[in-house]
Design a binder for this molecule. Structure first.
Ligand code: PMP
Ligand code: GLU
Length: 397
């Protein structure tokens, strides 16, 4: 007898978290694994943010927080959206959750009925399709390739929309590709979406500040999409606060109210202490964000330069986030001893076992034939990891 609900049976585990766990297990056995699998800044949370959390403990922020988050934090987010993005969201339109992941899942749960179609440009972050599965929705994958810098065209979007389309989830800067849609490219997608008012839009902007080509452009800026865009963001990536678990959705009021209702029955308000820390992140100096962005950009240049020297790896230089996403299908069909590489999953396992470098197969991002590596790690780790990868790949014949 299988007691597990069909809903859960339709859910796959997170490949990014699974690979990271595997690499931690190997590390615990004393193996010197370099973990390029999970995407999280390796920096410590900036001191002024940590001080705010300590102060919150001393000030007895120990009671349940309001379900959508403290008004002071939502006001700080509202101000951030106005000042940085020129977007108008009142605090009532913002719901703070346990990380951008929960805010995203809440929003998907509030929108998607059984059988609804959800358009997901791919390569896409691992959790989107699974969140749609949780709702019994149908993911309609729209593939972008390395040739188009992993960005979909307006024609592809138009062709993917049907009368059953309910939602599109667009991520820019993108995990896993690091691609960024320009304002013109977003405007062209917005023009298509404007013709299909039955489609809601989730703009996942969690990598907003890790942008090497200029100012962040939000899909929520276009007047023709007014009241149809839910913006997802949070403090995890920009402020090196992945473990604090604070993210948010900024949405039309009716949707924010629905998310609030769901969260009220499900998890309640996010951690009081972490919220006060997040408020300090938004209200304080933004120099830390810029310093980390510069460090990521330097590392991007380092890792792309090194990977491009490996014969068989095809790579586009990413414009944002902290991932490289090389095409690796040139290694398929090759072998080392008894080990045969048939796909990117085999290659990721081979690199983990042979080179002790953890990466994630593109399959998890709906894009077989590629590997994702996070370069949110030290220069020494990057140099050593690529040297090991190069040596292991050279052994494949
Ligand atoms: N969206 C994308 C594209 C991500 O890469 C992540 C990181 N896991 C999230 C959302 C969730 O972020 P958080 O850690 O705030 O839950
Ligand atoms: N966003 C990170 C990643 O893609 C964190 C892992 C996760 O939440 O799946 O690796």
């Amino acid at each position: 007898m299988d007691f597990i609900s069909q809903r859960l049976q339709a859910l796959s585990p997170s490949a990014t978290l699974a690979m990271s766990q595997k690499s931690n297990e190997l590390k615990a056995q004393g193996i010197d694994v370099i973990n390029l699998s999970v995407g999280e800044p390796d920096f410590f949370t900036p001191d002024h943010i940590k001080e705010a959390a300590k102060q919150a403990v001393d000030d007895n922020f120990s009671f349940y927080s309001p379900v959508p988050g403290y008004l002071s934090l939502r006001q700080a987010i509202s101000d951030k959206l106005k000042n940085e993005n020129n977007l108008d969201f009142t605090p009532e339109q913002i719901v703070v959750g346990n990380g951008a992941k929960q805010s995203l899942c809440n929003t998907v749960l509030c929108l998607v009925n059984h059988g609804d179609e959800v358009i997901i440009p791919t390569p896409a972050w691992v959790s989107y399709v699974q969140m749609v599965n949780l709702c019994g929705g149908k993911s309609v994958l729209v593939p972008a390739t390395i040739e188009t810098d992993f960005k979909i065209t307006p024609e592809q979007l138009e062709n993917a929309i049907t009368e059953k389309s309910k939602l599109i989830i667009l991520c820019s800067p993108s995990n896993p590709t690091g691609s960024i849609y320009s304002k013109e490219e977003l405007a062209a997608l917005a023009a298509v979406l404007a013709r299909h008012p039955q489609v809601m839009i989730i703009a996942d902007e969690i990598y907003e500040h890790i942008n090497y080509v200029g100012k962040h452009e939000s899909l929520a800026q276009f007047p023709e999409l007014k009241d149809r865009v839910a913006v997802i963001n949070g403090v995890s990536k920009a402020y090196a606060m992945t473990g604090w678990r604070i993210g948010y959705v900024a949405a039309p009021l009716w949707l924010a109210k629905a998310v609030n209702k769901l969260q009220g029955q499900y998890t309640s308000g996010a951690s009081s202490i972490a919220q006060k820390a997040a408020e300090a992140a938004y209200r304080g100096s933004q120099q830390c964000v810029e310093d980390m962005r510069q460090a990521f950009m330097r590392r991007r240049d380092l890792i792309t330069g090194l990977l491009q020297e490996i014969p068989g790896m095809e790579l586009r230089v990413p414009h944002g986030a902290f991932y490289v996403f090389p095409k690796v299908d040139a290694f398929f069909g090759k072998r080392c001893g008894d080990t045969v590489i048939n796909d990117a999953g085999d290659l990721a396992i081979y690199l983990l076992e042979k080179a002790h470098v953890a990466s994630v197969a593109g399959d998890a991002f709906c894009c077989p034939g590629y590997l994702r590596m996070s370069y949110a790690t030290s220069d020494e780790n990057i140099i050593e990891a690529v040297a090991r990868i190069k040596a292991a790949l050279a052994e494949l014949k």
